[in-house]
Design a protein around this ligand. Structure first.
Ligand SMILES: Nc1ncnc2c1ncn2[C@@H]1O[C@H](COP(=O)(O)OP(=O)(O)OP(=O)(O)O)[C@@H](O)[C@H]1O
Ligand SMILES: [Mg+2]
Length: 511
């Protein structure tokens, strides 16, 4: 029996049909990767599975008493907990049981009643079986794996960045070991080594999961089946991601072949009808016309979605040495890293790596003036014009539409030009006039990139710009960065994205 059954699911937003009468099942222990281009409805599907979004039509049937663990693309934690306190809530029931056991032992010490002792022993057995006494080491293992130890277990969650908070939520979900995990783009806030750790953890995960991701290496490692959402159709493929790609390609070729064969047949039949409808073969022609009317038409193969195109406006630069960093210490209250020393030449393309999840974004925020340095110095050449892409997608006013956001930023552009620029970045005509908060993660990232690329610059500072982007958008961004003649300083956890075009890797652990 399946854990989950989706039957005849249909959903639309305005004119956009997300799914049309679709069905899907998830079985016990199945590891499902959910894929599809930006805006095809992956997060919406996860929202429906977790009960947060009600579909227009169709039924979502979970096996009774299933425990779900859900991490959404824009996760939040409520309440004032420290990291450790919050992670311990994953075992709340066991702590309650321990308290009960202690009370029973205390009662027995006073009354000497054997029944209390027996009950206390029962509690103890359950605690042992449920591995209560090694909770701390389990928490430690997950914290290390996801890079939370570097942040510190006694940090208040409210003081963490969005990415760090998402890590904490993810850690708690993994510790809870629910019957089904629902994760929406969990790699967005992880560094390379944490992505690797998570992929190993998930590949041996005993329960079932459905995980949305645009990171194909990650999907290849974790999934035993793929759910693909494409053009309103939800389809499940068994096997790994690479296998899915082959199967999909094969089905597409088959579809194209059958479609054109049918079109040819229709053309020939119509020709026959036209020639014979008035002659001796009229009866035959009429029969064929009926046949043609009854024929189930194969839908034309979908044309590939137009590729976005990012093109950063360049301002001239004369810098030989664009940035010099000397004994720079960065952090909030105390230095996170040892003093940094490096230089970046004009036109160089640099990726910053290093295991410490907080150090890299903090460095970029310091260089762009969003936070104060602790000590040391950094000097940009006078001719440098910086544009900065922050990791978190936060809108000052989320009810504004993309059209309004870009127009307010660039009042000299007329509406037609703003629409053209947004459409170039892959934002459709419908989406430009809807509040930016209702756009999918990838669509919001594209609006942010559009805003960035319209401002002339010669030094791009980008913090995880590939987060949320689908494969075609990532390819387009890669090309634009390759062609950009200015300097690029990027933090990115996907080696496949930057490997072919960066000049130098600066590992901040080793400086
Ligand atoms: N509340 C809403 N009102 C109008 N449109 C919406 C709303 N929520 C989502 N949409 C639209 O529905 C589509 C699907 O959104 P969804 O967030 O599910 O996409 P996704 O597949 O997760 O994309 P991504 O890969 O970018 O995260 C998008 O085009 C989005 O703009
Ligand atoms: Mg999404």
């Amino acid at each position: 029996m399946s854990l989950l059954e989706i039957k005849n699911l249909s959903h639309t937003y305005g004119d956009k049909i997300l799914y049309k009468n679709e069905s899907l099942a998830l079985f016990k222990g199945e590891h499902m990767g959910i894929v599809g281009q930006n805006g095809t409805g992956k997060s919406t599907l996860i929202g429906m599975l977790s009960g947060e979004i009600i579909p227009d039509r169709g039924r979502i049937i979970w096996q009774p008493n299933i425990k779900l663990g859900h991490l959404d693309q824009h996760a939040v934690v409520l309440g004032e907990y420290t990291v450790i306190e919050y992670l311990k809530t994953a075992f709340q029931n066991l702590y309650i049981l321990e308290e009960r056991m202690n009370k029973l032992y205390e009662k027995y010490a006073i009354t000497g009643n054997e029944k209390d002792l027996l009950q206390a022993a029962e509690c103890q057995t359950i605690l042992e079986v449920r591995e209560f006494y090694i909770i701390e080491s389990r928490i430690e293992k997950v914290m290390n794996g996801l890079g939370l130890s570097a942040i510190g277990g006694d940090k208040l969650i409210s003081q963490l960045s969005g990415g760090q908070r998402a890590k904490v939520i993810l850690a708690k979900l993994l510790l809870e070991e629910p019957d089904v995990l629902l994760l929406d783009e969990p790699t967005n806030f992880l560094d390379k080594e944490h992505v690797l750790w998570l992929s190993e953890y998930l590949s041996t995960f005993p329960s079932a999961f459905a995980v949305v991701s645009h990171d194909y290496d990650f999907l290849e490692k974790i999934s035993s089946c793929i759910c693909d959402i494409d053009g309103g159709v939800i389809r499940k493929y068994t096997g790994k991601y690479s296998n899915f790609l082959k199967q999909k390609e094969h089905l597409r070729e088959e579809h194209i072949r059958r479609y054109y064969a049918q079109q040819q047949q229709i053309k020939e039949t119509e020709e026959f009808i036209r020639k014979n409808i008035a002659g001796v073969n009229s009866k035959n022609a009429k029969g064929r016309r009926k046949q043609l009317e009854r024929m189930e038409r194969i839908v034309p193969p979908s044309v590939t979605i137009s590729k976005p195109e990012f093109c950063f406006l360049e301002s001239p630069s004369s810098a030989h040495e664009a940035l010099k960093v000397k004994k720079l210490e960065v952090g909030y209250y105390y230095p996170l890293l040892s003093p940094l020393n490096f230089t970046i030449d004009g036109g160089q393309k640099i990726v910053i790596t290093g295991f410490n999840g907080i150090g890299k974004s903090t460095l970029l925020k310091t260089l762009t003036g969003y936070i104060e340095k602790i000590s040391g110095e950094f000097i940009f050449d006078n001719s440098v014009r910086i544009e900065y892409y922050e990791q978190d997608i936060i809108w000052e006013n989320p009810s504004l539409t993309p059209l309004e956001i870009i127009t307010r930023c660039y009042p000299s552009l007329n509406i037609k030009e703003v629409r053209r620029q947004l459409s170039r970045c892959g934002i459709s005509n419908d989406h430009v006039i809807q509040p930016v908060s209702t756009l999918s993660g990838g669509e919001q990232a594209k609006v942010k990139l559009c805003k960035l690329m319209l401002s002339p610059c010669n030094f791009l500072i980008l913090d995880e710009p590939t987060n949320h982007l689908d494969s075609t958008a990532k390819e387009a961004l890669k090309n634009s960065l390759k062609n950009f003649r200015g300097t690029v300083l990027i933090v990115c956890h996907e080696e496949a994205f930057y490997r072919s075009w960066v000049d130098k890797v600066i590992n901040i652990e080793l400086t």
